[in-house]
Ligand binder design. Structure first.
Ligand SMILES: Nc1ncnc2c1ncn2[C@@H]1O[C@H](COP(=O)(O)OP(=O)(O)OP(=O)(O)O)[C@@H](O)[C@H]1O
Length: 244
């Protein structure tokens, strides 16, 4: 059976004046896949992701996300996806319940749906003791898990995660990845950027961007074989060195 493409990108390009940040990238992502979008600082990952979530117009090329064209149907793209940015995006001065209520409203959930989601999330994340505490008082790892859950409130087909685990310890990162696996198992597609190469190993497939171009794209296993190394970290280093 042919796998369902949920993201399809062809020659996608973004120029800022004379500088080309994304240079004609092409790739497909399949339903339920965990797709790692890697690259060094400044490689163009965030710029590419912004085009895929419909908040930045491509200079040229095409991208279809969840069945919608990012250029002409950006509003539909936004409704079909969840997004969690590098910068934690909840309100520190609202409680956990208030944040869920607020974002549920933005995503168009009814009052009953919001109530159900609050109960569900508080139980799943074991936040019973702190549900009425300000989000600002939570440890970063908890905020990130909550932020991920909030990005999924409207049950999007795809969730885009831009360096979701920055700054937390390996155990918390591992717990975060358990949540990602659970969600992918339910059929949600996960598009994730990360700087942590151990996390790249957890992805179904990984693309590696260097200076605006995708220089490698395959499963972690195949990439390690292709570059004749034992870890994704070494794949990354070898690729960056070859390009220089
Ligand atoms: N609005 C903009 N105007 C001009 N240049 C920009 C703009 N946004 C990004 N750039 C440049 O495009 C390049 C790619 O930036 P981008 O943020 O996409 O990289 P990245 O791979 O996401 O890096 P990081 O991991 O640091 O977030 C960088 O050289 C950056 O300075």
């Amino acid at each position: 059976m042919e796998r369902e493409k949920i993201i399809s990108v062809k020659n996608l390009t973004k120029e800022f004046g004379h500088f080309t940040a994304v240079k004609g990238i092409s790739f497909d992502v399949y339903k339920g896949e965990i797709f790692g979008f890697l690259g060094a600082n400044g490689a163009g990952k965030t710029t590419a992701m912004k085009m895929l979530i419909g908040i930045s117009n491509p200079t040229s090329g095409e991208a279809n996300v969840a069945g919608f064209d990012v250029h002409s149907q950006a509003d539909m793209v936004k409704k079909s996806i969840g997004y969690m940015s590098q910068k934690f995006s909840m309100y520190d001065d609202l409680t956990i319940k208030e944040n869920i209520t607020f974002f549920g409203g933005i995503y168009g959930l009814s009052r009953i749906q919001i109530k159900q989601k609050i109960a569900q999330l508080i139980e799943e994340l074991e936040l019973q003791e702190v549900a009425n505490n300000l989000v600002g008082s939570l440890p970063l790892g908890w905020k990130q898990k909550l932020s991920f859950s909030v990005a999924l409130l409207h049950e999007p087909k795809i969730v885009f995660l831009d360096e979701p685990t920055g700054g937390v310890d390996p155990i918390t990162r591992r717990q975060f990845w358990e949540m990602i696996y659970t969600q992918a198992y339910k059929g949600t597609t996960i598009f994730v950027t990360t700087h942590y190469m151990d996390e790249a190993e957890y992805c179904d497939r990984v693309s590696i961007m260097v200076d605006g171009s995708i220089e490698a794209l395959d499963t972690p296993k195949n990439l390690k074989e292709q570059f004749k190394v034992d870890s994704m970290n070494d794949v990354f280093l070898k690729l960056a060195r070859n390009i220089e």
